[in-house]
Ligand binder design. Structure first.
Ligand code: PHE
Length: 358
């Protein structure tokens, strides 16, 4: 074996043994760097006789090329191994839950408003909204409240400061004014629900000056009270998530419906728990009736052609009943501990397929 063969064998062994890119680099410098073992041999060519150079030149060039190739190949191997190691190491398990879990909670009123919307949407209802500050016309007059009728006071209305020449303004006492807005701006057939804030000057365990209602309005050519009762029964069963809820319509008075009724549901009290659906007691749950012909006329609809029903209920009250919340005022106290206890997970959206509430 010649000296060159020995040098080549030795260098190839070192290249093979280099176990990192740094180690390989130092072998490269030692072989092919300015003062490297191969470079020194190459330099010696200059001092050789032409004959000797002719013989040694190709040998040295071959050696240099093979060493260079071996280094390149080893480098590629090491790079690939490093990449594999990173891929194995940095793998993320995307089936793990999000961490930290989101902190905020959905307020029971938001939750219940969503649940109500989902149930009525399934029956073909759309959502409409109106302003919190209403004029006297939409809140009372168009709804067939006679001028100076005591019903206006019955609502414990918050009156806003009167502006010269303008219709008196109030904080809306119910969501019914949006019935008017809808009938005046859209053509029947109508099927809408109207959730929103409402205001009355009242405060105790079951009343707050600001509360929430959801209104329902159906206008068509042949709508009757059977549709009203069927729609509300379907809603109540879906909302309370129980089958066979017994309800009754009890005659009542509202200026904007005729006939008018309140709907009661059966319930029982087992210990501290309210069971909606069956039992010996009746609980009032909402107001409803057939839209009064005067209201239809006030909105430009012909009562001989169109009729329909309307209903209104308190969202907060529905939330208290369904989720066992004892005092309405706590709902608006903005106490984080209360929300932590009664609130809902932001990612659990109510829907009819997987259940409204969990
Ligand atoms: N607006 C009525 C209330 O606030 C409820 C209601 C709505 C009654 C629609 C009948 C029809 O008490």
């Amino acid at each position: 074996m010649t000296d060159l063969d020995r040098l080549e064998k030795n260098l190839l062994q070192q290249i093979e043994a280099a176990d990192s890119e740094e180690a390989l680099e130092s072998v490269r410098v030692q072989a092919l760097g300015k003062k490297g073992q191969v470079s020194v041999q190459m330099k010696s060519l200059g001092k050789m006789s032409p004959e000797e150079r002719k013989q040694k030149g190709p040998l040295l060039n071959g050696l240099k090329a093979r060493i260079g190739e071996a280094i390149g190949a080893r480098k590629e191997q090491l790079e690939r191994a490093a990449l594999e190691a990173r891929l194995a190491n940095e793998r993320a398990d995307i089936t793990l839950p999000i961490r930290p879990l989101p902190k905020g909670k959905i307020h029971p009123i938001t939750q219940v408003a969503e649940e109500v919307a989902v149930i009525f949407a399934d029956m073909g209802f759309e959502i409409r909204e109106g302003p919190d500050m209403e004029d006297d016309f939409h809140n009372f007059t168009a709804l067939n409240f006679p001028p100076d009728h005591p019903a206006r006071e019955l609502h414990d209305t918050f009156f806003l400061e009167r502006q010269e020449g303008a219709d008196p303004m109030v904080l809306r006492t119910h969501t019914s004014p949006v019935q008017i807005r809808t009938m005046m701006s859209e053509k029947p057939p109508l099927r809408v629900i109207i959730p929103g804030r409402t205001f009355r000057c009242d405060s105790d365990q079951t009343h707050t000056p600001m509360f929430h209602q959801v209104e329902g309005l159906v206008i068509d050519k042949q709508t009757h009270m059977g549709h009203l009762k069927g729609t509300l029964n379907a809603f109540i069963e879906a909302f309370f998530e129980v089958d066979g809820v017994e309800t009754r319509l009890r005659p009542h008075f509202f200026p904007f419906t005729e006939p008018s009724a309140e709907m009661d549901v059966r319930y029982s009290r087992v210990g501290n728990e309210l069971r909606i659906g069956q039992g010996d007691s009746w609980m009032e749950i909402l107001g409803c009736g057939m839209v009064h012909p005067n209201v239809l006329k006030n909105c430009g609809l012909d009562p001989d052609e169109y009729q329909g029903f309307a209903f209104g209920m308190g969202i907060d009250r529905l939330a208290m009943l369904k989720y066992g919340i004892p005092d309405l005022r706590d709902m608006f106290a903005a106490d984080a501990r209360w929300l932590e206890h009664y609130g809902f997970d932001a990612l659990d959206q109510p829907n009819l397929a997987t259940g409204l509430s969990r």
